[in-house]
Design a binder for this molecule. Structure first.
Ligand SMILES: Nc1ncnc2c1ncn2[C@@H]1O[C@H](COP(=O)(O)OP(=O)(O)OP(=O)(O)O)[C@@H](O)[C@H]1O
Length: 238
């Protein structure tokens, strides 16, 4: 019996907005293990790629196939945005929300949410309004809200942008833990140091095209394309 939504196979994806192709024929496959980091210069299409794979963008062409039917695949994925979406409720209610939607009782949802919040040292903030949290706290809250239904695949779009070193480290530690527990991570970042710390393989995007998908060591030591070499050198990538 097939129980995993992976592998994911995407072929010739095209996404068009305002007559511009934001994804231009992207094909890739993601198997069951590892952490994939999506790199590329500003505007390369990293966010668009993640949102497209998660089913948030309308395809102008191409095809996305999960190993299980779409409904099951959707239920077993989560997405963390660069700027967390906050409900005007308490931290506890925010984190418990996906479980409540799922039909979990209020008592059980609050208990599980409390455990998760303690795990990221937000136990003292349970009853605060989410909107009163700092940037790092908001992102930790968004991350545990995404994790609370134990997704098999977690997409993250620049989750540590604008965070200080300590908050970044806490989030990376949690990501390492959930990866070790079996969650497949696919994450865009601007931070090359973070990419080196977390990546098992790298997708390199440029102008809406996927130029490389290789193991991280190959990418960092021996990138194939001139654009990736320039990017790694800190040059302007044209
Ligand atoms: N709704 C839209 N309409 C038109 N163009 C858009 C739209 N959304 C994004 N774009 C453009 O599509 C391109 C790809 O955007 P995307 O956010 O996917 O890139 P990115 O690699 O994540 O960039 P960044 O690193 O700056 O976050 C950019 O040039 C962006 O300006």
């Amino acid at each position: 019996m097939v129980t995993s939504i992976l592998p994911l196979r995407a072929s010739d994806l095209k996404v068009r907005k305002s007559r511009r192709l934001l994804l231009d024929g992207v094909s890739l496959s993601l198997s069951g293990t590892g952490t994939t980091i999506v790199l590329g210069p500003n505007g390369a299409g990293k966010s668009t790629l993640l949102k497209t794979l998660h089913g948030m963008e309308r395809l102008a062409g191409g095809d996305i196939q999960w190993a299980l039917p779409d409904k099951q695949a959707r239920d077993r994925q989560a997405f963390v945005f660069q700027t967390p979406i906050l409900m005007r409720r308490t931290v506890l209610e925010n984190v418990a929300y996906p479980l409540r939607l799922n039909g979990t009782s209020r008592k059980d949802a609050f208990r599980i949410a409390t455990d998760w919040l303690n795990r990221v040292h937000l136990g003292k903030a349970l009853n605060q309004r989410a909107t009163d949290l700092s940037g790092g706290e908001r992102q930790k809250m968004a991350l545990v809200r995404a994790l609370i239904r134990d997704p098999e695949v977690l997409f993250l779009d620049e989750p540590c942008a604008n965070l200080d070193g300590r908050a970044t480290r806490e989030i990376e530690d949690l990501l390492q833990e959930v990866h070790a527990a079996g969650t497949r991570l696919i994450m865009a970042t601007h931070d090359l140091g973070q990419a080196r710390r977390l990546a098992h393989d790298v997708i390199f995007m440029h102008k809406g095209a996927l130029l490389e998908q290789t193991p991280a060591t190959t990418f960092f030591e021996n990138p194939m394309t001139a654009q990736a070499q320039a990017f790694l050198n800190g040059d302007i990538v044209e």
